[in-house]
Design a protein around this ligand. Sequence first.
Ligand SMILES: Cc1cc2nc3c(=O)[nH]c(=O)nc-3n(C[C@H](O)[C@H](O)[C@H](O)COP(=O)(O)OP(=O)(O)OC[C@H]3O[C@@H](n4cnc5c(N)ncnc54)[C@H](O)[C@@H]3O)c2cc1C
Length: 458
Amino acid sequence: MSLSGRHRIVIIGGGAAGMASAASARRADPHCEIIVIERGAYVSYANCGIPHFISGVVRDIHELVIYTPEYFRKERGIDVRTHSLAQAIDHRIRQVNIVDLAARSTYSLGYDSLILATGARPRMPRNIPADAMNVFTIRNLEDALRLESFISGGAVKNAVIIGGGWIGVLFCEAFTSRGIAACLIEERGQILPGFDREISLLAEREISGKGVTIEKGIEVREFLKDAAGMVHRIDTDRGYIDADLVLVAAGVEPVTELFAEGIPGDSSGAIMTDERMKTSIDGIFACGDCSPAFHLVAQKSVYHPLGTTANRQGRVAGENAAGGHARFPGILGTQALKVYSMEVARTGLSSLEAQAGGFRLLEALTISPSRARYIPGGCSITTKVLFDASTGLLRGAQMWGAQEVTKRIDIFVPIIHNRMTVTQALDLDISYTPQCSPLWDPVLFCLREAKRIFDARR
Ligand SMILES: Cc1cc2nc3c(=O)[nH]c(=O)nc-3n(C[C@H](O)[C@H](O)[C@H](O)COP(=O)(O)OP(=O)(O)OC[C@H]3O[C@@H](n4cnc5c(N)ncnc54)[C@H](O)[C@@H]3O)c2cc1C
């Protein structure tokens, strides 16, 4: 309880999860005291927009700030403290120690409820010289400004991206649209490892077609520095690769050291919570990229950090920290991204995840038109679905194409979420108009093929 006698909620982290929890706590309790502690200069920022700032589509970084600290203070009565680092938590006396980075002073803050929304940090493979001036990672707006300022210096001709996951793929376009030659290095045998091989190969073809060199299954031996301490060449088992800039996009890990003691984490180190986003310590909640999420198909907790999940979990944590009873049901791992002019999206299990989870699934893969054939301007859409071999329950879907793929994948979401079979899904009343879809939309087309395969096996 604060001096004013009001319930005090302290939130550590002003990213998507932290600010969603602050707004939700305010909706749940108009009178409680809410304090957000953020070590950086910005809160409520869209880091998803950073590749588009680097490419030049977004001209001013401030366009990526959704709400300012002043807005939260004035309009929502939320006390946002930027340049403030939460240094330690003493949960026995419900207190957080804070460093005011601007004033260079420390103070303690008591809480009734504490929300941990510290997010994630880029993973840095051991052999990469993180201290070199031309080695970058991207997580927040400060990182984006540093990268932009280096590129604006004009000396970057070759960029090497370490990691062929979705962030690495997004930066291929960001760099090539600035006239920078990009090389994407992926140690595994395919890029976009969350997708099945057929879909990932389509993405690869699109990216290579835009002039990006893709090196898969390559071993990086050493990052060689010049006299100024900059990485200028990378030694690999396939020879040297020149680099004026290295972007490390090798995945992320949860930021948890602040509360490593006493709060159990999962195998990735992320803070475990129940469906109300409560940790095992009374009064402490966790949400967003610092915590795992329950996968509704895999039926287990997974670390799958995404902005959508961070927002949803944040809303639940905030409402409950203010005394509510919200619950977070879980995720399907739904994800979408643009690969140059194409779209790729997935939901549910991939083949690899299904295999790891011991699922016995069948698959259907189809290529079908996005519009009625007589309407010009359509394209082909590749759809893959995975379904249970004995029950026909739909377990996963992936799509690739140039038109409305990211929204079409959303049709599969309620089908999988509500545990429908391919036969039941085929009965859904999905819309049709020739300019936007054929009578058998790619979603239905693939489900029909899945049903044919399923029926043929019975
Ligand atoms: C380039 C890029 C593109 C992306 N695109 C997409 C997309 O298209 N779709 C999607 O769903 N997701 C996307 N994401 C992922 C999404 O941005 C994250 O999942 C989301 O930001 C997670 O929010 P969060 O609040 O949990 O963590 P964060 O955004 O990491 O916020 C955590 C905050 O906590 C602060 N903090 C940490 N420790 C402390 C401390 N001790 N004291 C004070 N403050 C602290 C940090 O400074 C940070 O501001 C993208 C991410 C990146 C980097």
